[in-house]
Each structure stands twice: as C-alpha cells, then as structure tokens.
Write a protein that binds this ligand. Structure first.
Ligand SMILES: Nc1ncnc2c1ncn2[C@@H]1O[C@H](COP(=O)(O)OP(=O)(O)O)[C@@H](O)[C@H]1O
Ligand SMILES: [Mg+2]
Length: 332
C-alpha cells in the first residue's frame, strides 16, 4: 500500500514580532507534518510559541507587529503563504479549522449560537438556511449537547464552560475540516469534563478521518490522545518523537522536567515538581542553548553552542549537546 501523504506540512517556520523593545522570535525554526487521521501534539510551557505556530498555519498572526519571516506552510501540497486573505477565508473553517484557546474570542457574545453557526456553514457550503439549520442541530447533537434544537437559539453565555467548549468544537467541525487545530481546548475545564471532551475529539476523528494538532501544556493530555509529539521551548522544537518513545525514553532535560510535573492519580495532592527558573525572554535569547540557564545537566559548551535538532534514534529527534557529544565519543 502506498505511504499516505501528509495533509499539512510546516517547514522551517519562523514567525517574529517586530516590537519597539526588540524582535520577539516567537516561532524560530519549526517543522512538522501531519497525515489524515493522525494526532500530533505540540507541548511546552506558556510562551513557548505554540499558539503563534497555530496562528501562522491559519495566517492569523496579528500583523503588524507579527510576520512570517521564513519557511513554508503547505496544505495538501499547496503553499498557503502566497494566498490572499480572500483565499485564506475559503480555507479557514473548511480545510483547516481551529478551536481557539479562549472560547470567548471566537464566540461572539452578542449573537446566538444559531446565527454564528449558520454564518460559518453558509459561507462554505452550498446550502440554504433551512438545510444549514438542520446541519447545525446535527452538529450540536454530534458533540453531545442535549436538546440541540432548543439550545441552538441560546447565546454563548447561556452555556456552561464544558458545553461552550462543545459548541466551539461543533463550529470548528461544521464543514468537515481535513485538519483541526485544537489550542488548549480543555485547559479551562475540570478533569471530568476534560476527559469527556478529549474522548469526544477522538471519536469524531475516527468518524471524520481528520488530522488533529493538539496544543497543550499538559503531557497528560498528550498521552491520552496523540500519536506523535513535538516539545517546544523558546520558539523551537527541542524534542520530537512518537508518544510511546517520548514517554518510554525521553531525551531532553526539558522533557524530563515536564514529565516530572505530570500529576499522578494517587498522589494528586502532592506538590508538583516544576522546572526551576523562568522561560527565556524571546527578545534576548542567550547565546548557546536557550534552556541552558534552567538545565540540570548544563555543561560549559551549552552556554556557547546552540545545538541542532538531530535524529538520535529512528524518528526520535532531540536538540541537546548531551547527545551530540555522545556521538562524538562513540564514533572513532
Ligand atoms: N502580538 C504580539 N506582540 C508581541 N509578542 C507577541 C505577540 N503575540 C505573542 N507574542 C509573543 O510570542 C511568544 C509566543 O506566544 P504564544 O505562541 O502565544 O505562546 P504559547 O506557547 O503560550 O501559546 C510569547 O513570548 C508572546 O509574548
Ligand atoms: Mg497559547
């Protein structure tokens, strides 16, 4: 059987913000691809460039001050960067859809859910109002909102946090997107609802065959739903592997730190061991590895050499001098 081609490819993406106080290198050399039916996780602390990576894919980076300065984004082999805003509007919601981090930024509080859903559906699908309304009810039903027909008339504030997130998912799925980007879709929700929403996304993915990019700061969520995962630090990927590889044999000291801050079910009340120190200032990145100031395994060379992302094992990439030097020792 022929190898399935990726539906979305991001290639050496650089997105910078040109601010009065300097250039913020929010995304600085990110590459990944996803295939239909696959879920890629993007994980990292707040400020590591996850959302701006997603916004770059959608070409929604606020500009000015932001700009994609290098790299490429391809949907189905076709570069999105030369596309006009009008062309992008046809792609957003239809081919690539996004669930935004803050539900209230994508739901308009002054319009009913019906009005907002119908607008999305009518923009992309060849349907009349009656058919679009029927579709909207089906979608609310699909995401598990009881009494969908009646609920359609409600305004966003009339839904609980969990139900509002379901509405967002329904809207994102309205036109059967090939790629769904979910930016921290469960962060604001309590654990029970979080589990329900993740299970829902998994079920919908199976039914609709879409690729999902799951953005989160929570490795527990990654373990739950992803196939592969990219760990980001300071705008760059520092480790990239299958979820199994990453949990069985994490390689980057930053990933070790993230893993030790996953809450265990039985000792949930224990204080989590967070990574010491603060994320880097993206305006003034240190010379050498940007994680070096916080790294428990830092060596002199880390302060001068910015390591490359290298394939250490098959399909397991890591950006760390620990491994570059190991190779040098092994090789004659
Ligand atoms: N409009 C903006 N102007 C300047 N810097 C920005 C802007 N939006 C985001 N950034 C910076 O880009 C970096 C990455 O942000 P983001 O992708 O939102 O991080 P996260 O990983 O938490 O999603 C942060 O340092 C943030 O301050
Ligand atoms: Mg974010």
């Amino acid at each position: 059987m022929a190898e399935q081609l990726p539906i979305l490819e991001v290639d050496n993406l650089h997105t910078h913000f040109f601010t009065k106080s300097g250039v913020v290198k929010a995304v600085d050399g990110v590459s990944f691809s996803v295939k239909p039916g696959e879920t890629l996780g993007i994980v990292g602390e707040s400020g590591s460039g996850k959302s701006i990576t997603a916004m770059s894919v959608m070409k929604l980076v606020p500009s000015p001050p932001g700009r994609i300065v290098d790299g490429d984004v391809r949907f189905n082999g076709d570069s999105l960067l030369p596309k006009t805003e009008k062309e992008m509007r046809k792609i957003r919601g239809k081919d690539i859809s996004m669930i935004f981090q803050d539900p209230m930024t994508s739901l308009n509080p002054v319009f009913s859910v019906e009005k907002q859903m119908l607008e999305t559906i009518l923009t992309h699908e060849d349907m009349n109002k009656h058919q679009a309304r029927k579709r909207a009810v089906e979608l609310l039903d699909l995401v598990g909102i009881p009494d969908a027909k009646k609920r359609l008339k409600n305004y966003p504030h009339e839904f609980s946090g969990g139900m509002r997130q379901r509405v967002m998912i329904a809207m994102a799925l309205a036109c059967n997107p090939k790629v769904l980007i979910a930016d921290e879709p469960t962060t604001a929700l309590d654990v029970t609802i979080q589990a329900q929403i993740l299970a829902l996304l998994k079920r919908l993915q199976k039914e609709l065959g879409m690729a999902i990019i799951m953005i989160t700061h929570d490795l527990g969520v990654v373990a739950e739903v992803c196939d592969r995962v990219m760990v980001m630090y300071g705008g760059k990927p520092v480790e990239f592997a299958s979820v199994k590889e990453l949990f069985d044999g994490p390689k980057h000291p930053y990933t070790w730190g993230l893993l030790s801050s996953i809450p265990q079910i039985h000792n949930r009340k224990e204080r989590l061991e967070a990574i010491q120190g603060l994320p880097p200032d993206l305006r003034h990145l240190p010379e050498g590895c940007s994680f070096a100031p916080r790294c428990t395994h830092v060596k002199d060379s880390c302060l001068h050499i910015d390591p490359a992302l290298l394939e250490d094992d098959t399909d397991h990439f890591v950006r760390c001098l620990l491994y570059e030097e190991e190779e040098k020792v092994i090789q004659p």
